[in-house]
Design a protein around this ligand. Structure first.
Ligand code: FAD
Length: 397
């Protein structure tokens, strides 16, 4: 079969869906194709026994500037994480809470022996007065060290907290992006939608008529003016938007530029267990700087008898047994009832710095009529996807 559309979008992840929703608002002709049978791409939740279980550890940051593109995202009801974190060291839990509901201010009032007064002062300074001129050396860890933070503070707080955000222990992201995310955590409510992170996808996709999306269709070949699907159908386009860097490999040699060969991804695994509530504190991020395997974890109460424990790791080799062993090392009194689910996301976050904020445009004009958009050209976040879609749709209109 042959089809014709003005614009074809490949990929119904957040970028493809928000691009479609923005084109819909402008009453443009478009069609969206997705290889999976469900939409959402990397953002997904499953409903298990009435609980929304996210596919990987996500947080929703209410102050992301680009949420204003879809105002009902801002209205999304969250189960907030407590502003702060618990640090587990030598089997003791130290809570660091922000008394003004400003994340980092709370460090002033915490009693964790590892954080010095100077560290607490510097973190306040960094959240209230971020540097205007960034140093040429783009390394986040060098910046933090030159800023004056102690080694212990960098390791126990910065590395431990942000490795769970960037999925990288080296925090090897552009400094501007680190400072942006740092600011978001310091000013914003951070939580998870009541129905799981998938709610973001539901909110955006309800703007797109069902007739404009087809799932379960994998694109196998891409030419100058048409694409061919695994079913052998041809879709002809005037403009094509690709939202996954790997699609470049499907390009006909006559148009392929090999621009994205160097895009690599960080991976992560997330394990869910059911535990007895006992003394575990719910809805606050726990950091375990002494654990080689666990990046972070949190608890969420289901009822008086059961709590869900979400545990994330960057170690792709980690097994359920490894994780259990580590949990018991750090929480000797914990009562694990059962293992629930795990998710491995191999291609989680793009990590090549040179593609962030690509050409200051956040999307790529690949040739006259083919475009790439997505987190890998902007920044690996919900905000980055929305930025990329917004910039591209503005350009296309
Ligand atoms: C575990 C994890 C945790 C995260 N946590 C956060 C967080 O806390 N806060 C935050 O802001 N961001 C977070 N992110 C980042 C955010 O989720 C991603 O940036 C975003 O989901 C990427 O969306 P995308 O549409 O650009 O890419 P994808 O979601 O990868 O979408 C691309 C789509 O293209 C489709 N596709 C690929 N090839 C083909 C083909 N040949 N034919 C048809 N379709 C194809 C894919 O199936 C996919 O659906 C997290 C990401 C992960 C993985």
């Amino acid at each position: 079969m042959n089809y014709n559309f003005s614009t074809i979008i490949i990929g119904a992840g957040l970028t493809g869906l928000s691009t479609a929703a923005l084109l819909q608002k402008k009453q443009k002709d478009y069609f969206l194709l997705e290889k999976n049978t469900t939409i959402g791409g990397k953002i997904g939740s499953s409903n298990v026994d009435g609980w929304p279980i996210d596919h990987g550890f996500h947080v929703f940051i209410k102050e992301y500037p680009n949420l204003s593109l879809f105002p009902d995202l801002k209205q999304c009801k969250l189960i907030n994480f407590e502003p702060g974190f618990i640090i587990i060291k030598n089997q003791k839990a130290y809570k660091n809470v922000n008394i003004f509901k400003k994340f980092f201010d709370g460090l002033l009032y915490n009693h964790f022996p590892g954080f010095s007064l100077k560290d607490k002062f510097l973190i306040l300074k960094l959240s209230l007065m971020p540097p205007k001129n960034l140093p040429k050396n783009d390394s986040v860890l060098d910046f933090l060290s030159e800023y004056g933070f102690s080694k212990e503070f960098i390791n126990d707080f910065f590395v431990n907290f942000f490795e769970g955000v960037f999925l990288d222990k080296k925090l090897d992201v552009p400094l501007w992006y680190f400072l942006f995310i740092f600011k978001m955590f310091s000013i914003s409510d951070v939580g998870l939608p009541v129905g799981g992170i998938q709610e973001i996808i539901s909110i955006i996709s309800k703007r797109i008529p069902e007739s404009k999306i087809k799932t379960g269709v994998s694109i196998s070949e891409i030419y100058k003016n048409k694409i061919i699907t695994n079913e052998g159908n041809e879709y002809h386009f005037k403009k094509l938007v690709c939202t996954d860097s790997s699609l470049e490999k499907k390009f006909d040699v006559a148009i392929r530029r090999n621009l994205f060969d160097e895009i690599y991804y960080n991976s992560t695994k997330c394990f869910y267990f059911i535990v007895k509530p006992e003394n575990n504190q719910e809805n606050i991020i726990h950091l375990l700087p002494q654990s080689k395997t666990i990046s972070n974890l949190y608890f969420r109460r289901k009822n008086n008898k059961e709590m869900l424990m979400s545990v994330s790791t960057l170690n792709s080799e980690a097994t359920i047994e490894d994780i259990k062993k580590q949990i018991l090392e750090h929480f000797p009194k914990i009562n694990i009832i059962k293992f629930y689910r795990s998710f491995e996301i191999k291609k989680a976050l793009p990590r090549n710095k040179k593609f962030f904020n690509f050409n200051n445009e956040n999307f790529c004009k690949y040739n006259e009529n083919i475009f790439f958009a997505g987190d890998f050209l902007s920044s690996p976040s919900v905000n980055g996807c929305l930025e990329s879609s917004k910039s591209l749709v503005r350009f296309l209109s």
